[in-house]
Design a protein around this ligand. Sequence first.
Ligand SMILES: Nc1ncnc2c1ncn2[C@@H]1O[C@H](COP(=O)(O)OP(=O)(O)OP(=O)(O)O)[C@@H](O)[C@H]1O
Ligand SMILES: O=C(O)C[C@@H](O)[C@H](O)C(=O)CO
Length: 336
Amino acid sequence: MTYVTFPAEKPLDFVAIGRLCIDLNANEINRPMEETMTFTKYVGGSPANITIGMARFGLRTAFIGKIADDQMGRFIADYLQRNRIETSNVVTDRTGAVTGLAFTEIKSPTDCSILMYRDNVADLKLTPDEVSEELIARSKVLLISGTALAQSPSREAVFQALHYAKKHGAVIVFDLDYRPYTWTSPEETAVYYNLAAEKCDILLGTREEFDMMERFDANPEHSDAVTAGKWFDYSAKIVIIKHGKEGSIAYTQDGVGHRAQSYPARVVKTFGAGDSYAAGFLYGVMQGWTLEKSMAFGSASACIVISSHSCSDAMPTAEQVHDYIERCNRGEVTAS
Ligand SMILES: Nc1ncnc2c1ncn2[C@@H]1O[C@H](COP(=O)(O)OP(=O)(O)OP(=O)(O)O)[C@@H](O)[C@H]1O
Ligand SMILES: O=C(O)C[C@@H](O)[C@H](O)C(=O)CO
C-alpha cells in the first residue's frame, strides 16, 4: 500500500535544510570527556548526516545551509561534494560566524552525551532570501530538522523552504531532532515545532520529542497512537515514534500502527541512530517498499552507525544494510 506519493518527475531525490557542523568524537572512549585528550573530526549536523546517508544509498541529493568562512566550513563543503551532494545552495557566511562543534563523550556504549558549542554559528544565520526556490522545486523530498527552528533568521529560512516545498509539491519530512541546548525555552520550542509540523507529510521523533511538542495540549495522553492521530488532522501521512532499542512504530492515516523491532548491535555509541534510521527508512519508502521493510532497513542502518565511532563517515551503503540484515537473520550478530 502506498501511503506517500513522491513526485517521480523531479530530477533530485532529496534536499535537506539545516545544520552543518563538525563532530569531534572522543578517541579515548569509555571515560568522561574530562579525561579525553584527542578527538577525531567528522562532518556532523543531524540533517547533514541524513543527507550523507541518502547519498550513500545512491540517491541524488542536495543541501541548503550556511557554513563559516574558515577551514571548517571549507572542510564541510568539500566533504559534501566528495559525497556527490549538490552544494549550490550551501552559502558561506561573511559576518565572522563560526562552525558549530559537537564534542561527543562516550562514557560507555549506553552513556553518551554531546557537548555542543553553538554560539554565533553560521548555520543559524541562513536567511529566507538565501533559500533557493529553484532547488526545492527540483526535489522529490524536502527534509527539515528541528534545530534549524531555534533562532532567527534560520527559523524563517525553514518556513520559507516549507512554503516552496508546498508550492512545488515536494514531500516534506520533519525530523524532530530536539536539542535543548540550542533553545531558550521548551515553550518556544513547542510553538515553532508545532507550526512547522502542521505542514509536514512525514514526522519522525522520539517519544520525548513528541511529549515536548504536546506541552500545550489539554490533558495530553503522551501515547503513540494519540500523538500520531493529532497530526493526521493536518498534512501528515506517516508519523513515526522511535523507541531506541525497543524499536519504532509508524502510524498511518487509517490508524494502523506498523511496528519494527530493533536489530542486535555491538554498540560503540548511541547517537547517530536517529539520523541513520531516518535515511534508511526514507530510502525504503522512496523505493516503494512496505513500511515494515523500510523501518527494518532504517533499523539496520542505525545499528551499523551506532556500532561505529562516527556518524557521517559510518553511514552505510544499501548493500551493507542488506548484508547486515541477512547476518542478523542468520544469527551471526550478537548485541553487546
Ligand atoms: N541500542 C540499540 N540497539 C539496536 N538498535 C538501536 C539501538 N538504539 C537505537 N536503535 C535503532 O535506531 C532507531 C532510532 O534510535 P532512537 O530511537 O534512539 O532515535 P534517536 O533518539 O533519534 O537517536 P539519536 O540517539 O541519534 O538521537 C531505533 O528505532 C532502533 O531501530
Ligand atoms: O546534530 C548535531 O549537531 C550533532 C550531530 O552532529 C551528531 O552526529 C549527532 O548527535 C547525530 O545525531
